[in-house]
Design a protein around this ligand. Structure first.
Ligand SMILES: [Zn+2]
Length: 476
């Protein structure tokens, strides 16, 4: 975003992103002790406010009384919240003093559970956005450099741009959200995007026909930053490689929302010849952690949140800036670990490592053990299916323990034909895995399961909200 864009944003939204950015530029040079002191102060203030103003936390019925101590040392005593509890709590989780005019209301997506209504006030949005733009500086992206967003969403708001539901995972702030979504305003939205040298493309409907169009636009626009859903970036990267397209040379690529398998990072970095930076957040707390130039985990935004990981590696987040709908010790359903060892970049904030996405995204093998998408990515990589011309993406579906359906997305190309509406579908007998590859695939999966069904697809649809899931577990 340009400086003008940020000034405009602060003015229109009543936020203080620029001021907070100045603060964060300083605080990233603080010592760990100084950062912890800030966390403790902010937590103390938050708990005090919450005890006085939020019915849920003071009701004897809920049992969620916060301990009377106000120090971070005994923070462990605070009960754990999760999505189910938060949903049942409903409006009692809102502050008595909530100013709805200053809140951005959204829902978490329904892909991994029933939706939850979220209220993000100007304070939390200011901190989250400022932390996000500090991350731009880490990536070497300066204000005003052209950027492109590849989003995947079924929530089409207008013909020109797609504003995804404020759903799962980290949501990139988008300039189009500066204006209301009425049709006349789309023109304004487009103009602001142009001022900000920002474009977005709906990756949900990516196929070879519109990828060709996207590629031409990118060659002309020359984005310094390409960001968006990992699977969307992957589709574009794959298209660029297959068609030997030149002239798309970003300084950095940034992915979010989906588990980043190392094999995919390698592929994207090779094709774009640019480093990939991962980042992490959730609807209940945006901007939780960002990757630095060392690429060995994501530094926790300690100025904005507290991130814990329990003995089962469940992540627990506390948003230190949302007083309107406080999420304190909130188990968001993601799995990851926290590394406190020093990072060569000099940032003392601990790093989030081994982020494995949702706890629910696990598959049970025939011996009863549980694995996640990384297991399959490694297996497929060993057998030469990833980074090859054979398969683009995969999805493992489990309805019964020890059994899976393995859905393979087979690369498009000459073996495919395009429909009149631009959808690619496999031609008869073409665009399928060779028998030898099919056997290889089955042989590598079968040792772990009692039954493996392999199906081949021209395109695997992302779920609601556009977030692609590598693992779909229908086990109760
Ligand atoms: Zn670092």
């Amino acid at each position: 975003m340009t400086n003008t864009g940020l000034i405009l944003y602060d003015l229109l939204k009543g936020t203080h992103v620029r001021k907070t950015m100045r603060f964060l530029r300083d605080s990233q040079d603080w010592s760990l002790e100084e950062l912890e002191r800030l966390q403790a102060e902010k937590l103390e203030r938050l708990l005090e406010g919450v005890r006085a103003e939020v019915p849920f936390f003071r009701s004897p019925v809920t049992g969620y009384r916060l301990p009377d101590n106000r120090t971070i040392e005994r923070f462990d005593d605070c009960p754990i919240l999760d999505r189910q509890i938060a949903m049942e709590a409903g409006d009692s989780l809102l502050s008595d003093n909530i100013n709805l005019k200053k809140c951005k209301v959204s829902r978490t997506g329904g892909t991994t559970g029933p939706p939850l209504r979220l209220y993000r006030d100007t304070e939390t949005r200011s901190w989250a956005l400022a932390a996000y733009y500090r991350f731009y500086e880490w990536m070497g992206i300066e204000p005003g450099m052209p950027e492109v967003e590849l989003w995947g969403s079924t929530t089409v708001q207008n013909s020109k741009s797609v504003i995804p539901s404020e759903a799962e995972g980290q949501n990139f702030p988008r300039t189009s959200s500066l204006v209301p979504r009425a049709s006349i305003q789309n023109i304004k939205s487009e103009s602001i995007n142009r001022i900000n040298r920002f474009r977005n493309f709906n990756a949900f409907s990516f196929n070879d026909a519109n990828l060709a169009e996207v590629a031409v636009k990118l060659q002309k626009f020359r984005p310094a930053l390409i960001r968006g859903y990992l699977s969307a970036i992957l589709l574009l990267a794959d298209y660029i490689k297959r068609n030997n397209i030149k002239g798309i040379n970003p300084i950095a690529v940034s992915s979010t929302s989906e588990t980043l398998f190392p094999e995919y990072r390698k592929k994207i970095e090779e094709i774009f010849q640019a480093p990939l930076f991962n980042q992490y957040g959730c609807g209940e707390c945006n901007s939780i952690a960002f990757e630095c130039k060392e690429h060995n985990g994501m530094h926790i935004s300690m100025e904005h949140c507290i991130l814990e990981s329990d003995e089962n590696n469940n992540l627990i987040v506390t948003n230190l800036d949302n007083y309107s709908q406080p999420f304190i010790r909130y188990k968001n359903g993601d799995i990851g670990q926290i590394d406190t060892s020093p990072c060569a970049c000099g940032n003392p904030a601990p790093r989030l490592i081994k982020l494995q996405g949702r706890a629910s995204e696990n598959i049970i093998l025939k011996d009863g053990s549980s694995v996640n998408g990384i297991f399959f990515a490694n297996l497929l990589d060993q057998e030469g299916f990833i980074n090859s011309d054979k398969m683009l993406r995969f999805q493992v579906v489990q309805d019964k323990e020890g059994e899976i359906e393995f859905k393979a997305e087979i690369k498009s190309g000459s073996g495919y034909r395009m429909t009149d509406t631009g959808c690619r579908i496999p031609g008869a007998g073409n665009g399928e895995l060779k028998n030898v590859d099919l056997k290889k695939l089955k042989d590598c999966l079968l040792p772990f399961f009692t039954k493996v069904e392999i199906t081949q697809h021209a395109f695997l649809d992302p779920g609601p909200g556009g977030k692609f899931r590598y693992i779909v577990s229908n086990l109760s």
